[in-house]
Design a protein around this ligand. Structure first.
Ligand code: CMP
Length: 132
């Protein structure tokens, strides 16, 4: 059974969507095996999004992700990484398939409600920010 990280971002927390997002993943065959809220420091946010350092949106991304609480959700199912990315939808909510989490809750390419790990290796790395 594979594990992955879903991170519910500050825009979705602010609009009281935590429960509805977790319902969507549960209804799609995932089991919640860990749940942890936190407020990222700048240093942690920069490390979490390390691969995007130097990109034009990096500073704004770090401002946004440190602007409020985020929720780390450890999820389990077969093929979890791939299946979760399908359910999350495209980075830009305007391009996300109907019924995906970002199509329902995303506001913009930055404020796009959730993050999902893009490989099993990154899932392990990203889960370690929330769970020991
Ligand atoms: P996420 O999947 O968490 O990965 C990187 C994040 O950077 C992305 O979601 C968005 O929140 C943010 N972002 C802002 N602008 C862009 C962009 N032009 N391309 C990709 N990601 C962006």
């Amino acid at each position: 059974m594979e594990r992955t990280l879903l991170m519910i971002k500050p825009d979705a927390v602010e609009k009281n969507a935590i429960g509805r997002i977790i319902s969507m993943v549960e209804e799609n065959g995932f089991r919640v095996v860990g749940l942890q809220s936190k407020h990222f420091s700048r240093e942690e946010a920069e490390r979490f999004y390390e691969v995007h350092r130097g990109k034009p949106f990096f500073n704004s991304l770090v401002d946004y992700i440190t602007s409020g609480m985020v929720v780390g959700v450890m999820l389990e199912r077969e093929d979890a990484v791939r299946k979760l990315r399908e359910l999350v939808g495209a980075t830009d909510p305007r391009e996300a398939r109907l019924g995906t989490i970002r199509a329902v809750f995303g506001e913009s390419i930055e404020r796009n409600a959730v993050h999902a790990s893009d490989s099993p290796e990154n899932a392990l790395r990203e889960l370690s920010f929330f769970f020991r």
